[in-house]
Design a protein around this ligand. Structure first.
Ligand code: GH3
Ligand code: MG
Ligand code: MG
Length: 368
């Protein structure tokens, strides 16, 4: 036999067969005379290949090798019960869906019935009429190949779907990350703030927000170059990221050199501690910045705002509140955090609320 033995049917090969509609007939019969008669009947047929197996014990192996599109099988053979062979064909993953036309010299309803029970596809009484045999062989082969084609198309579709799902997940992940720093981006921040705002409103929980801004970053860029600036952004982002510990916390790049940190279920005191830890983390990166008025190295100012959100309230009020606190931190000399005073209603702030809690600027590092 020229074909290599296959453990599994090769779908590509099946598809090629389907395209060229080659009918591959395997006959399993112990009688040479039947084999010869069938061979002659199929002889002149175009696109038809015929293989004869005289030993039913080898039938499965030869079917796996030959890859028939239809099997003609005798029911009465000396060494093996035809019904048993039918079971074997159906139990083997390679042959289980190949159409099997059983052939018997007996025209008995209960034998036919049993064969169909065992998933025979058709039944012919030996020796069949040539025209009828060819018609049945071709019809079964055609529907088998069409089914194979559908199965293969389905498999390909399924694997494309899986691939697509993977790509979509990756895309979603990438679309929520900032390209420069690798931490969450503004889009993700907006989504998450909205989500946490609603969650806090439902649970009557306090929600805190930090807005952090690198001090005198424009002069850093102007003096050390944009590449150097980008590098600082990456390092500051990593320092900030290291400062958030709870699974619900989210740090994001809010804009140019501004970062935002969402701290669910965290009051002003806790948020201020995180702000201070971040300020210290950036401070201790000790990135030289000779053109800052705040220190001789890169520093961070942070605005802290907390609120117990109301249903129907706007997350933007919390951002405004943190932004105002950040502005004050800048105004008070930078390299510090300032917490907005009112915890609940960031919309109706009054003049007397202007006294912010503020972390005093630490003593400036001695240069050199
Ligand atoms: P302040 O202490 O008041 O925050 O001063 P500042 O100079 O940091 O603030 P300003 O808003 O005047 O300047 C922000 C600068 O941040 C402008 C730009 O040079 C720099 N910047 C913004 N985005 C990027 C970026 O993606 N890469 C780099 N390298 N620089 C950026
Ligand atoms: Mg800024
Ligand atoms: Mg700045």
């Amino acid at each position: 036999m020229s074909k290599k033995r296959h453990i599994e049917a090769n779908p590509q090969e099946l598809l090629e067969n389907a395209a060229s509609s080659v009918t591959r007939v395997l006959l399993v019969d112990d009688q040479q005379i039947v084999a010869e008669a069938i061979r002659r009947m199929l002889l002149g047929e175009e696109n038809m290949e015929y293989h004869y197996c005289s030993d039913p014990a080898k039938a499965i192996a030869e079917a796996v090798d030959f890859q028939p599109t239809v099997i003609l099988q005798d029911l009465v053979m000396p060494d093996i019960d035809g019904m048993m062979l039918l079971r074997f064909f159906r139990a083997n993953p390679v042959t289980k869906s190949i159409p099997i036309i059983v052939m018997s010299s007996k025209e008995e309803a209960n034998i036919k019935s049993e064969a169909f029970e065992l998933q025979a596809s058709d039944y012919l009484v030996k020796i069949p009429d040539k025209i009828e045999l060819i018609a049945r062989v071709k019809a079964h082969s055609r529907s088998y190949l069409a089914q194979q084609q559908r199965d293969e198309a389905y498999r390909q579709l399924r694997s494309m779907q899986i691939e697509l799902e993977k790509k979509n997940k990756e895309l979603e992940r990438l679309s929520s990350l900032d390209g420069l720093t690798g931490i969450s981006n503004r889009r993700r921040f907006d989504e998450y703030l909205e989500q946490e705002w609603l969650r806090a409103a439902r649970g009557n929980k306090v929600l805190s927000l930090l807005l952090a801004d690198i001090d005198h970053f424009k002069t850093f860029n102007d003096n050390y170059g944009h590449q150097g600036g980008d590098d600082v952004l990456r390092r500051v982002a990593q320092a900030i990221e290291r400062g958030v510990h709870r699974p619900g916390d989210l740090s994001a790049r809010y804009g140019g050199e501004e970062f935002a940190i969402i701290l669910p279920d965290t009051d002003t005191e806790g948020a201020a501690r995180v702000a201070e830890a971040m300020r210290v983390a950036v401070d201790s990166l000790n990135i030289p910045h000779a053109h800052s008025t705040a220190a001789d190295h890169v520093t961070l100012s942070v605005g802290v705002a907390s609120t117990i959100p109301r249903e129907g309230g706007l997350p933007s009020t919390l951002i405004e509140s943190a932004d105002e606190a950040l502005y004050k931190a800048k105004h008070c000399g930078r390299n510090r955090w300032v917490a907005a005073d009112d915890e609940v209603e960031s919309t109706d702030r009054s003049e007397e609320n202007d006294e912010e809690k503020t972390k005093p600027k630490p003593a400036a590092r001695a240069a050199g």
